[in-house]
Design a protein around this ligand. Structure first.
Ligand code: ZN
Length: 215
């Protein structure tokens, strides 16, 4: 895909994250892999003021190509894209329910079968570290092992995909699962699925195309 198309797609995904309530104001950021490295949303610019030209190109060595100031969280975008060749897009959000659980420092357990969409039987919560730090990136990469999403303690969530559409679908699902888990905790004791239940779900997902997770 051409860089100009990737820029349009990244801008569109950023707008969708805002429109569906995953992000507000200047919180959250997104990246997509490109030929020379990746494109990432800029620092401190609300999505409403962003254009395709405001998106910042960086190499996987962490250098800006051309001009622009990348998101303060460029480091985990770079580290994830460098470490996970199957990942083409990384989204980061401070969405309400995922962040609520992250502030409780709780993993999302197998409270609903769609937890398997994130790649396992839970969505892990990475330990707290300062935003933008290498430590935060290291914690995130660890929590993301074998997964397409994680929570970041007292901060928010990260969602991954082979492309921007998949990453957005994962981010929306993680926010939904976080809300369901939080709501069940208010009402009583959630009944969790077993390891066998989740293995069965994973097997069924493998039988579908990646985009056909929903029933
Ligand atoms: Zn953040």
């Amino acid at each position: 895909m051409s860089e100009s198309q990737l820029r349009r797609d990244l801008l569109e995904t950023s707008r969708q994250m805002l429109a569906c309530g995953l992000n507000r104001g200047t919180s959250g950021n997104a990246s997509v892999r490109c030929d020379e490295g990746f494109l990432v949303t800029p620092s401190a610019l609300p999505v409403s003021a962003m254009t395709a030209a405001s998106l910042v190109k960086m190499t996987l060595a962490g250098e800006v190509v051309g001009t622009g100031k990348p998101s303060s969280e460029w480091r985990f975008h770079r580290d994830i894209l460098a470490a996970r060749p199957e990942v083409g897009a990384v989204l980061h959000a401070h969405s309400t329910f995922a962040t609520t659980l992250a502030c409780l420092r709780r993993d999302v357990p197998a409270v609903h079968y769609m937890v398997a969409m994130a790649g396992g039987s839970s969505v892990r919560c990475a330990p707290y570290a300062l935003f933008g730090s290498q430590e935060l990136s290291d914690h995130a990469l660890y929590a993301l092992q074998g997964r397409k999403a994680c929570l970041l303690a007292n901060h928010g969530m990260i969602a991954l995909g082979a492309n921007l559409d998949e990453a957005l679908a994962v981010a929306q699902e993680v926010e939904f699962l976080s809300e369901i888990y939080w709501r069940t905790l208010q009402a009583g004791e959630p009944q969790l699925l077993t390891a066998q239940h989740m293995a069965d779900v994973q097997q069924r997902f493998k039988d579908y195309k990646k985009q056909d997770f929903e029933e």
